[in-house]
Design a protein around this ligand. Structure first.
Ligand SMILES: *Cc1c(COP(=O)(O)O)cnc(C)c1O
Length: 420
């Protein structure tokens, strides 16, 4: 059977066939052929409590029968009002306004546009952005511009806008990064600094210290540069705390959320900002309006799912589950410490990662697709980022399931798939 579907980040010439998934529950994707896959990457980092988590599934069902979708310009609805109220309450203090959109990319794109609108409406010529080298913020032209330049972006390079990228603050190189930030901010034309707090996701699960983030915020503050935290991946518990910024004790000026916000069931994103940014757009002058929307802004079903997710956070021991998963990951990572076939065995919260020692590094490392196929054959969904293997499962994964995931990694190593 020929499929008419064009899949994301997929080279169809190399993947003519793909498994058909029929159902999902907890940490498992059930295939139509009867084969199960353990979802060890939370379906691209979105599933937090597990697939089809009953209270979230129920909320979606109920909301779909009551108010499915409506225009969000000029009208409002209870699920969005309630969700905004609750997001402000749980977010770092000071983020008082919530703008809804549909994906991580749009959450960041909205953040960039808020920053540009803020400076324009205040009559200041600031339109440059600074970002971290190796960062990932989405796949729209704006978010690709602030993200890493590489094989992902080559074809689009001619239309990307210019951004100052800072060297990654790896251990021992923190000061070079901070100095570069200060130098960039001193120019006086920087609108905002965009950063993934504590860990680069698609950039290879690279971790840096909370104190660096604290310092970055201090530098931005000193020069009036808006601090845009992209917590699309790190938000909702991934790094061990509800938001990664908490670990650095900072409140960003703009906070971008998406992936875990509905527990991963349906798409929804939010960009939170402090009152000053809202107020810079608040005027009887219509040209100062924040000109952004999408058809499905604050879709009621998605907002109901997000409210149900926050109920889960309030009524179930989610942070305890996260701490437990962190410990389980740590125990299983231990056997790879000092293994010469691997480099940089590391963990942050629920995320564990290690690099396979290979000649050709980077996203197109030949090892990636080979490992992927082998893991799938072992009943485990892991999708290495080049030569980086990472495990980022739903918080409720069982010890036995996690054992199976790490056993697949160990077996791939023993079978000579890694190391040379
Ligand atoms: C996934 C991701 C995005 C993009 O989110 P989408 O929902 O895929 O558009 C942006 N920033 C970070 C840090 C991400 O991990």
């Amino acid at each position: 059977m020929t499929s008419r579907v064009w899949h994301p980040f997929t080279q169809h010439a190399l993947h003519p066939q793909m498994p058909l998934i029929e159902r999902a529950s907890g940490s498992v994707l059930h295939g139509a052929d009867g084969k199960d896959l353990i979802d060890a990457i939370s379906s691209w980092w979105v599933i937090t409590h597990g697939h089809c988590h009953p209270p979230i599934a129920r909320a979606i069902q109920e909301q779909a029968a009551r108010l499915d979708q409506m225009i969000f310009a000029g009208l409002t609805h209870e699920p969005a009002e309630r969700l905004a109220e609750r997001l402000v309450r749980i977010a770092p203090k000071g983020l008082d306004y919530v703008f809804f959109s549909d994906s991580g990319s749009t959450a960041v794109e909205v953040g960039l546009k808020m920053a540009l609108g803020y400076w324009r409406n205040r009559g200041q010529a600031r339109s440059k952005f600074v970002a971290l080298e190796g960062g990932y913020h989405g796949d729209t032209v704006g978010t690709m511009s602030v993200g890493a330049r590489g094989v992902f972006t080559q074809a689009y390079e001619p239309v990307l806008f210019q951004v100052t990228h800072l060297p990654f603050p790896s251990e021992g190189c923190e000061q070079a990064c901070l100095d570069a930030l200060e130098t960039a901010c001193k120019q006086g034309d920087v609108a905002g600094f965009v950063v993934e707090p504590l860990i680069l996701g698609a950039g290879g699960m690279l971790i840096y210290a909370p104190k660096v983030l604290t310092e970055m915020k201090r530098i931005c503050e000193r020069f009036g540069v808006l601090f845009i935290a992209d917590e699309v991946m790190t938000g909702f518990g991934r790094t061990g705390s509800l938001f990664a910024c908490e670990q650095a004790g900072i409140t960003p000026d703009i906070l971008c959320l998406a992936k875990g916000m509905t527990g991963g069931a349906v798409p929804l994103a939010a960009t939170l900002c402090w009152a000053d940014i809202f107020e810079a757009h608040y005027s009887e002058d219509r040209t100062k309006t924040f000109f952004h929307s999408s058809s499905y802004t604050a879709n009621p079903i998605a907002c109901a799912a997000a409210n149900a997710n926050l109920d889960v956070w309030e009524t179930e021991p989610v942070l305890e589950r996260i701490a437990r998963l962190g410990r389980m990951q740590e125990e299983r990572l231990a056997r790879f410490e000092g293994d010469e076939r691997f480099l940089q065995v590391r963990r942050l919260g629920t995320i564990a990662a290690l690099d396979v020692k290979v000649q050709d590094q980077g996203y197109l490392a030949g090892i990636g697709p080979k490992l992927y196929e082998r893991f799938i054959a072992s009943g485990v969904l892991l999708r290495p980022l080049g030569n980086t293997i990472y495990v980022m499962p739903p918080y409720g994964i069982s010890g036995a399931q996690l054992d199976k995931v790490w056993a697949a990694v160990g077996e791939a190593a023993s079978a000579g798939f890694v190391g040379s």
